[in-house]
Design a protein around this ligand. Sequence first.
Ligand code: SF4
Ligand code: SF4
Length: 284
Amino acid sequence: MEDKKKDAAGGGIEPTQLTGKSRFTFACHQGLSCFTTCCHGMDIILAPYDILRLKKKLSLTSGEFLARHTVNTTHEESGLPLVLLKMGEEERHPCPFLTESGCSVYEDRPSICRYYPIGLATLRVEKEEDKKKGTAEERFYFLVREDHCLGHGETKEWTVDEWREDQGASRDDEINHDWQSAFLSRALPGQQRVDPKRQSLFHLTCYDLDNFRKFVFDSAFLENFEVDRSTVEKIRTDDDELLRFALRYMKFFMMMEQTMKPREGAVESWQAKQQEILGQAEVD
Ligand code: SF4
Ligand code: SF4
């Protein structure tokens, strides 16, 4: 899946693939006349760790954050749910976190905002190793150069890796990696679109963390899967650990990897229970 920051000018992505070692010049600061012009009318896709950080910053539950600040959409190729930051209704549709002095959630801004003007893309490419064909993920970066953005005229030089480190993007990437892989695995040729039940579960595990916690502790989840005691204690109170656990479960029900161990004889009753809990929940 390709990260998107909508280009108001209708273009701007340079066609060259960049690596971590590629160089570019850029600086963004209050002294530029374009300051904050870019924080309007954007399609900002929120990754799971973005939502976790923002809801904490705003002292909201994940359900409250999603209801107030996001719009649901669906990834075209896979059918998986995506969550976009809801822009304001005012003229030019400003980001709700934009103030006169800049971004009010700067320390916890979404990953796409951190990366800008670098974009991150991941592809699945065919590999031939030991005469066995398979696919592997290949990550690359690209530069977004928009006319209104004057940061490209500054002289500060970076490698992509230095930029990612400076902006605190590396930790986001590590936690969000499995979420991003799910889109790739489902967008492969021959894959069916995700069914409504998995869409609901995907939304719950990737975006609605506080309700996922209830799902784990208020249902028969822990009776149906073998989860060690120390993990159970951690996920009870630690949101980062809960998100890692939620993404582990996501990989299981998306059949990406056998990351969970159902207790013997539990799967059938669990599937019925899961259906009951999810009910007819619609994601779109
Ligand atoms: S979150 Fe902050 S940096 Fe991102 S668009 Fe909104 S105001 Fe701008
Ligand atoms: S330099 Fe670019 S990213 Fe920074 S405020 Fe200006 S338009 Fe936005």
